[in-house]
Every structure is written in C-alpha cells, then in structure tokens.
Design a protein around this ligand. Structure first.
Ligand code: MG
Length: 264
C-alpha cells in the first residue's frame, strides 16, 4: 500500500497511489477527516485516475507529535564528537515544523548554521501505550516516509537542549508518500543529496537501536496515536545548507523528498 496526501482545486485529500500503465496514479481518494491525523480507509474511497504529477503533494501526515531519535547511527554520533548512547535518545519537533514536498526550508536569522539530516520516517497506524517486551511492533506501523530533520547546529550546541534548534517552522520536510512495502529490519537505504551531490548514504541495518527498541522506548514515555511521525535518526555526512541549495532525501519505494532552501 502506498498513499499520498494532495491538494486539488483548493481541497486536500488522501490518495491511494498505484502504478497503472507504468505511471504513478492516484486510484482512490478520500477527504481529509476534520480530526486530521488518522488516515482514512482508502480501499473504500471512490475510484479515480489522477496522474500524481497533476496534483500538488503535501506532507502525507498530520501528526499530533513528531518524535525524533538522536544519534542512532554510530558513525554520525562520532562525527559530532558524541559517545554512542546506551538507550534511545529522543526529542520532539513541533507539528508546526512540518513542511510540504517542494516547499522552502527557511534558514532563520538567529542561526548561522542550518544542517540537513536525511532520515527514515515511521508513521503510526494504531494507538500504542506500553508495548510488551515480546509483542511485535509492526502492527502499530502504518508505513514509512522520508523526513529531513533540519537542525540549527549552532543553536543546538548553544542551548544544551534542542527545542529551538530543531523546532523552527519549515524544519521538518516529510514525504512525498507513505508506503508499507519496506522492511527497516532487513535494511532500507537512506540517501541525501545537496545540489545533486550525495552527502549521506546510510542503511537502517546499521541503527544502534532497531525500530522495535525505539518504538517500545517511546511508547513507554508517551502514547503514540495514528498519524504520529517518528524520525529514526540520521546517518553520517550531515552538513550545512545555504540559500539557493536544493536538498533531496531519497528512499526507494517512497520517492524523493525535494526542498529548496531560502533565507528568512
Ligand atoms: Mg536527526
């Protein structure tokens, strides 16, 4: 199952995405429920046939919260001079930081160093609180998407905690689609390119904490609800963005999340 969220004639919808005659096509659609987060059952939506390139894609999630994992790849922890954490290190980004595919990441004036962090995003499909140690976490996962955990690196160092550095408007591009046709335990390749040049190339096989450990850990702290987004950590190779750059996060079967960069 692969779905997107899109805007057409001034209205937002969810759409089921399938390949028909070699083209990515939205084949069923549903109105966005007023409550926002939960994804409607697209198998019961009305039939349609809209080429994906004819719509404007928006972020495919409307989460109540965005939970991120810091330092979940050994080589990234060491590139920033940090020890490998002993348990998942989690922090929040506000939902107001979400950014649509194609929209501009805005470098705030109060920062002089804004970095990209390409990551695999996990979308929650079922409410979960405490998860038993031997319980499978997969039934709680709706699917996967690309996330860019944009970070004001200078403010992260200065503040000692990360709310400001990670929380600016536009600092959480997500999309372009969500799919459940991936297996992070088996390995998913995450690539980040800036102006066409590959800067990050990691694989979820190399997570310090696999996804079941991460989700169980988060759910011990806070109830996850449908539509919530988890950013699973970035591989090595983070670096700065400048106005005029074009940054891409690419994951097979999801697509390429493309965002230009501008100055605020
Ligand atoms: Mg990150």
């Amino acid at each position: 199952m692969r779905y997107c969220r899109f805007e057409r004639a001034g209205e937002q919808h969810f759409g089921l995405v399938e390949t028909t005659a070699g083209r990515l096509t939205i084949t069923r659609m549903a109105e966005i429920p007023p409550s926002g987060g939960a994804i409607p059952d697209l198998s019961r939506g009305p039939d349609c046939r809209i080429p994906v390139e004819d719509v404007t894609l928006v972020a495919p999630v409307a989460p109540s919260k965005i939970v991120c994992v810091g330092r979940n790849y050994r080589e990234h922890a060491s590139e920033l001079g940090h020890a490998v954490p002993r348990e998942p290190l989690i922090f929040l980004k506000p939902p107001s930081a979400l950014l649509n595919p194609g929209a501009s990441i805005v470098r705030p004036r109060m920062s002089s160093r804004v970095d990209y962090e390409g990551e695999l995003g996990v979308v929650i499909g079922r409410q979960c609180g405490h998860i038993l140690p031997d319980e499978d976490v997969r039934p709680y996962i709706l699917g996967y998407t690309c996330v860019n955990d944009v970070t004001a690196r200078d403010l992260q160092d200065k503040d000692g905690q990360w709310t400001r550095a990670k929380g600016f408007d536009s600092f959480c591009p997500a999309g372009p689609m969500v799919t459940d046709e991936l297996d992070p335990w088996a390995g998913i390749e995450v690539r980040t390119r800036v102006n066409g040049e590959t800067c990050q190339q990691g694989n979820t096989r190399d997570f310090i904490f696999p996804l079941d450990v991460v989700i169980r850990h988060i759910a011990e702290v806070m109830t996850l609800v449908p539509g919530d987004l988890i950013a699973t950590g970035t591989p090595k190779g983070v670096g700065p963005l400048r106005a005029g750059d074009l940054v891409e996060v690419a994951i097979d079967k999801i697509g390429i999340l493309v965002n230009p960069v501008s100055d605020g």
